[in-house]
Design a protein around this ligand. Structure first.
Ligand SMILES: Cc1ncc(COP(=O)(O)O)c(C=O)c1O
Length: 485
């Protein structure tokens, strides 16, 4: 007790903005789920389930997803270049294909050692490889000088928000529901989050009217709205924005001089429709109406964490800037250099992601087989989960679109809402807590992402293997509804 009083830090004197930040993904439910996991590992038989299913977080390799062989073979050599001295063993006994060795040599030549710092914005050869990828993807040129490697997309978002938010009157338009990185980072920065609702009835698309109204309201409150965040494909919604929504956002951003932050980390997790990058759309619009969109400032982010790569533990990502003032860009460079550089092994993974084995190359067949199996597995599990939701009373969920999540609406009986209030919880938190206690399945309440007033949701990933856990959700739901009806 006594020694506690001698501490400099207590909960009332640390940075209040850190305290205020809310981040529900690894929140109370996740902590409880870890406690259950520990109990099960210690042999407890007191719980009504045999395993904990972490459907709360898009963490593919924590669940079923295996790393892509080509990627890990290359990384193994990057971490231990001495393996190259035994290339006969690699090729003849461990089935490393010659293109694995070539790529590893090329990356080692580019970075020296993965144990060394790189240039602050990332190794030049890796930035060039990303620029080449962007050019292939979008059909428009990309300049490696505008690319910044980051420790996952999160670190890129952190950099950009730090630079954009000048003071507590700086506001950022953030979609609701959203991945809470944005609201939490804005809280920490003591800047203003300007929420705009996505339209659930239009497949979670953007509504320009809603965006305009949100901006006008913020402006009237003295907020200087400087940027708009778009998550495409969406988290937690999974939806890919149609071309007209992207065009409308670019038009509006151009007119109102808003920086566009396009979070495109789920660009390959698309089951329905197609992914259209903001960069491609912007360049197309610039071509169609020369001069009109030249001043648009766009930052697009990507990551090795999602897609079929799922290497989120390696912390690799990048952002590309378009249309930024060179002096601002120099400050961004300075900001990233304060952290020295993104993890170099993560940078190498980014290179592998944007430049995977091509047709005709020795590793292509296995890479494609593994990649497609992951893609199809995700789609199958999403469909099975969606089918289960369709059977559940008071649950509505659009067909799976992509990303790694489903975000069903739930309608709970008034008695359940009263019981939630008695526990000091929102009804969706209460529902998710009871679900965890009964089944071991951990999901995130919709309130963790923001949701339209008067609606309730939860977000679940469809990464976990097997179908037993899906059945347990259906059973829990029936019991819950019967208990509180
Ligand atoms: C929309 C979105 N952006 C960014 C991130 C962070 O990704 P990273 O692991 O690249 O930092 C996530 C992670 O779930 C996400 O869903």
């Amino acid at each position: 007790m006594g020694s506690n009083n001698l501490r400099q830090l207590n909960i009332d004197n640390i940075n209040p903005h850190v305290r205020e930040a809310k981040y529900a993904v690894p929140g109370e439910l996740a902590v409880r789920s870890e406690e259950y996991r520990a109990l099960l590992a210690a042999g407890s038989t007191k719980l009504p389930f045999k395993q904990v299913i972490s459907a709360n977080i898009g963490n593919p390799q924590q669940l079923d997803q295996k790393p892509l062989t080509f990627f890990r073979q290359v990384l193994s050599i990057l971490e231990n270049p001495a393996l190259l001295e035994k290339s006969d063993v690699l090729v003849n006994q461990l089935d490393y294909k010659p293109d694995v060795l070539e790529r590893a040599k090329r990356l080692l030549a580019a970075v020296g050692s993965v144990g060394a710092y790189s240039a602050s914005n990332g190794a030049p050869a890796i930035r060039q490889s990303i620029a080449d990828f962007l050019e292939r993807r979008d059909g428009f040129p990309a300049d490696q000088a505008n690319i910044y490697l980051s420790a996952g997309a999160s670190s890129g978002v952190n950099t950009l928000l730090h630079v954009i938010c000048a003071n507590d009157k700086s506001g950022i338009l953030v979609p609701i529901p959203q991945y809470p990185l944005y609201t939490a980072s804005l809280s920490v920065l003591n800047a203003a989050c300007v929420p705009y609702l996505l339209d659930e009835h239009r497949n979670w698309g953007t509504s320009l009217e809603t965006i305009k109204a949100a901006r006008e309201k913020a402006k009237a409150e003295g907020i200087n709205v400087r940027a708009i965040v778009i998550i495409n494909p969406g988290n937690p919604t999974g939806a890919s924005l149609p071309e007209e929504d992207i065009r409308a956002v670019i038009e509006y951003a151009s007119q109102e001089r808003l920086v566009i932050l396009a979070d495109e980390v789920y660009q390959t997790n698309v089951f329905v429709g197609e992914f259209i990058s903001f960069k491609r759309m912007l360049r197309q619009m610039q071509q169609e109406q020369p001069g009109k969109f030249d001043q648009v400032e766009l930052a697009s982010l990507h990551s090795v964490s999602k897609g079929m790569v799922g290497e989120c533990g390696h912390r690799g990502g990048y952002f590309e800037l378009v249309g930024f003032d060179p002096e601002v860009q120099a400050e961004i460079y300075k900001f990233v250099s304060i952290m020295l550089c993104a993890p170099v092994i993560g940078q190498c993974l980014v290179e592998l992601m944007v430049n995977p084995p091509r047709e005709g190359e020795p590793s292509y067949e296995l890479y494609t087989k593994e990649y497609n199996a992951i893609f199809n597995g995700l789609r199958e599990r999403a469909t099975a989960l969606h089918k289960a939701f369709e059977q559940m009373e008071g649950v509505e969920c659009g067909a799976p679109q992509g990303s790694m999540y489903l975000f069903p609406t739930i309608k709970l009986p008034p008695r359940a809402c009263e019981a939630a209030a008695a526990e000091g919880r929102t009804p969706d938190e209460f529902y998710c807590m009871r679900l965890l206690e009964a089944t071991g399945v951990c999901v995130v309440p919709g309130s963790g992402f923001g949701q339209k007033e008067g609606t309730l949701h939860f977000r679940t990933t469809f990464l976990a293997p097997g179908t037993e856990w899906v059945g347990s959700i259906v059973k829990f739901h029936n019991d819950f509804m019967n208990q509180y009806r």
